[in-house]
Design a protein around this ligand. Structure first.
Ligand code: HEC
Length: 119
């Protein structure tokens, strides 16, 4: 009697420990680009730092040559998420289009990352 109560408790504890871990790992697998915290960061590092720099503002020589703006500036930050996504997807001026390289949800993640750079 006492023993089975302990067993039930132990099983319940295992479940509460195992469930979040399961949820964590399955959500990790669904975005292969990186940890769930800021997947946009990995995409940004892979695709955007060549011109915009790691913090979005310290532009590379190439970025300066092409006149890439500081992504933390008001000029860029006052654009809506939809407008940012549009520029990334279609490109603008010397900036290449990414709609063939990034999925729509990846573009949204990069947009969120750009918001984070301004903070
Ligand atoms: C080859 C260099 C290059 C790369 C790589 C690049 N950009 Fe740009 N980006 C530019 C240039 C140049 C502009 C300025 C375009 C203009 O206003 O004519 C720009 C502008 C922008 C703007 C501002 C648009 C506006 O309307 O003011 C955003 C936002 C932006 N880039 C995000 C990104 C993101 C996100 C990536 C990666 C997915 C990226 N860029 C990759 C060169 C680049």
């Amino acid at each position: 009697m006492a023993l089975s109560a302990v067993r039930v408790k132990r099983a319940a504890m295992m479940l509460t420990l195992a469930l979040p871990a399961l949820v964590f790992f399955s959500s990790e697998r669904s975005n292969a680009t990186g940890p769930a915290t800021d997947p946009g960061e990995d995409i940004f590092e892979a695709r955007c730092v060549n011109c915009h720099g790691h913090d979005g503002g310290s532009r590379t020589t190439l970025g300066k040559d092409l006149n890439a703006p500081d992504l933390r500036s008001d000029k860029v930050q006052k654009l809506s998420n939809a407008e940012l996504a549009e520029v990334i997807a279609r490109g603008k001026g010397e900036m290449p289009a990414f709609r063939k390289k990034l999925r729509r949800d990846q573009i949204q993640q990069v947009v969120l990352h750009i918001r984070g750079l301004a903070r």
